[in-house]
Design a binder for this molecule. Structure first.
Ligand code: NAD
Length: 381
């Protein structure tokens, strides 16, 4: 059994799927680990550290691709790499199966078995494999640090001989995993924090972090989707949130916005007028940028200065914290691997609801019905 660790090739990607410290339990099962040279460098793990941990450095990327039985990755490798996978190999990572299913066609055809970390069901048993939550935690923290860095003001209240500085006012939209971490981070830096979420259940968590929860009367509409997620709202219900956001933006120094609805484009919650109403120097970080953004002025991946208001729309904040993002991701991957590796051999039981939920394709056929439908649409068009 050979497990391969690739160097990520997506622009700006610095994370690695497994770190040297992750290898112990794999090697103890008799698994051979091969690593592409430089795979962990940006995450602080040298080739020598992997070798010291018991891995071997691959002669080349194609050699590794052709030999590996299991390939944990951060992002899906490109079609050329996929075409060189060993038939029957298992690929595990953020494969974006619902955003870009046809980008996985070459791997499905090898055939490889594909597991997507985005699709791991969010049930208690799979919490230790919840890589979306791990990365959202890192992003929520880093968004506040990025905002504090850009803001021409201090975050904490300071009482000095030269006068008193009031605390920064931070507004967090969407109090899920990223939003709650943003609230906690902003509070630690001394800001006064307000937060808004359509899910009333988020209120208690927001208040427990010392922030004020802003409620919107949705006129009896349920905002709860399945599994603790928000439902997609009507334009009328969204408008009530937009009004609240415009009012709150006017007295906020920083907005961190994280609102998402699974499988849908991010809701457009922040109007142009809300940005126009903010004081010059204010900062907005749109963490929903990968799904299009929560602000109607957001350009994903582009930093803008809009009449003195800085609008950041980062596409991969976890990659700006590569050591700890990789450490958390590697633990999620290791916990997932424990479900498919038994005594050093592959053993995939698709009756297991975690594996069935995360499986994109097996034996050349899409397993996930939503992916199968999307692939059919691509073939038909
Ligand atoms: P997410 O990234 O899908 O969305 C972020 C937040 O945006 C959510 O809190 C959502 O309610 C909010 N939102 C959506 N539309 C909005 C709108 N129009 N206006 C305002 N806010 C809006 O969510 P997430 O952070 O991945 O997780 C959300 C929920 O899932 C939470 O309840 C969390 O506790 C739960 N969760 C459970 C598990 C588990 O059981 N293993 C793991 C992670 C998260």
């Amino acid at each position: 059994m050979l497990l391969g660790i690739l160097k990520e090739t997506a622009p700006g990607e610095t994370r690695v799927a497994l770190l040297p410290e992750s290898l112990k339990s794999l090697l103890a099962q008799g698994i051979t680990v091969i690593v592409e040279s430089g795979a962990g460098l940006a995450a602080g793990a040298s080739d020598a550290a992997y070798v010291e941990a018991g891995a071997t450095i691959a002669a080349s990327r194609p050699t590794l691709l052709a030999a590996a039985d299991v390939l944990p990755v951060v992002n899906a490798p490109g079609p050329f790499d996929q075409a060189h996978l060993k038939p029957g190999a298992v690929l595990i990572g953020f494969l974006k199966p619902l955003d870009a299913p046809n980008a996985l066609s070459a791997a499905i055809a090898r055939p490889a078995t594909l597991f997507s970390m985005e699709l791991v069901p969010r049930i208690s048993r799979a919490q230790s494999m919840d890589a979306l939550s791990s990365m959202a935690t890192v992003a929520g923290y880093k968004a506040v640090i990025a905002a504090a860095d850009r803001l021409p003001r201090l975050f904490p209240m300071l009482m000095t001989a030269a006068g008193t500085i009031p605390p920064a006012r931070v507004f967090v939209i969407g109090a899920g995993v990223a939003g709650l971490q943003a609230i906690a981070t902003a509070r630690r830096l001394g800001a006064v924090v307000e937060a808004y979420d359509v899910r009333a259940a988020a209120g208690e968590q927001v208040r427990s972090l010392g922030a004020k929860f802003l409620d919107v009367d949705l006129g009896g509409i349920s905002a709860e989707g399945g599994g603790g997620y928000a439902a997609e709202l009507s334009e009328e219900a969204l408008d009530r949130g937009r009004d609240l956001i415009t009012r709150t933006a006017a007295h906020s120094d920083v907005i961190i916005t994280t609102a998402q609805v699974p499988g849908r484009p991010a809701p457009r919650l922040i109007r142009k007028e809300a940005i126009e109403g903010m004081r010059p120097g204010s900062v907005l970080v749109d963490l929903a940028a990968p799904a299009g953004g929560n602000c109607e002025l957001t350009q994903p991946g582009v930093e803008q200065n809009l009449n003195g208001v800085t609008l950041l729309a980062p596409l991969n904040l976890p990659a700006e914290v590569p050591v700890h993002a990789s450490q958390l991701y590697a633990r999620n991957i290791l916990n997932f691997l424990a479900l498919i590796l038994k005594k050093g051999e592959l053993s995939i039981d698709l009756a297991d609801e975690v594996l069935a939920g995360a499986c994109v394709a097996h034996n050349g056929t899409p397993v996930n019905s939503r992916v199968a439908k999307l692939l059919d649409q691509v073939t038909a068009s």
